[in-house]
Design a protein around this ligand. Structure first.
Ligand code: ZN
Length: 241
């Protein structure tokens, strides 16, 4: 699918020829702009038309994002120009078509490269979402390993295994010498993820939430109450449906 570059966003569009169309017009569909063209209009005219509509396209996109009830944490469509939440900051989602797939965090946002020969227009939104989620999980593993390297030696205990998963009702859990961390914490401030890691490391010593457990949490993470408060206030909104 072709796309048009507007500021940092690349907006996908497609052209539909229609015998019933009297003139060129444009519709904002689920995951792309549809340009409806009468049969005999030249491609160059269509391109010029799209260029004239740049501002309108950007406005539609912004408007849709504002209407979205979940826009604070997740984009509605996973399309170019929408924003993502990452480590408590907003980052722009860029979508480009190319031969090979790729995900890279750049100065102006997260760039998802979509292989044009494999992804259809209908599948674009789902594809981008999948790639975004995969990237969050990788980043979560990096962040959790870093936190373990920071706190583990000080606390005198490190897990033998770490798993990153989405848990419906928990931010982390602890098995025998193993901790599980919810990747949705990548949306939260970094200190919140650190706290959850420390919390689970403390469970390697105390498998309950007793007084000795909390004393240990406080010893190694004195501001844990702030992190707990952040999670109870924002935690539910991080969930992606
Ligand atoms: Zn616990």
């Amino acid at each position: 699918m072709p796309f048009i570059q507007i500021n940092n966003s690349s907006l996908p569009y497609y052209v539909r020829r229609s015998h019933r169309a009297k003139r060129l017009h444009m519709l904002f569909k689920e995951d792309a702009f549809e340009v409806v063209a009468p049969p005999r209009i030249k491609n160059s005219e269509i391109l010029q038309f799209i260029r004239q509509y740049k501002k309108w396209m950007l406005k539609q996109l912004t408007h849709r994002q504002c209407k979205s009830p979940k826009s604070a944490y997740w984009p509605l469509h996973f399309l170019a120009g929408e924003t993502l939440r990452f480590k408590d900051k907003s980052i722009l989602l860029n979508v480009k078509f190319a031969k090979h797939k790729g995900t890279i965090l750049e100065a102006n946002g997260l760039k998802i490269t979509v292989p044009w020969q494999k992804v259809t227009q209908e599948g674009l939104s789902d594809y981008v979402k999948q790639q975004v989620v995969a990237w969050y999980k990788e980043e979560a593993m990096i962040a959790v390993m870093r936190a373990i390297q920071t706190y583990g030696p000080v606390m005198g205990r490190s897990p033998l295994a770490v798993q990153i998963k989405k848990q419906k009702t928990r931010w982390g859990s602890c098995g025998m010498d193993k901790i599980n961390i919810n990747w949705l914490l990548m949306l939260a401030p970094e200190a919140v993820l650190d706290y959850v890691v420390v919390h689970e490391l403390c469970h390697l010593f105390h498998r309950n939430h007793g007084v000795r457990f909390w004393a240990k949490v406080e010893k190694f993470f004195p501001h844990y109450k702030q992190a707990e408060a952040w999670l109870s206030q924002h935690g539910q909104a991080l969930y992606l449906t």
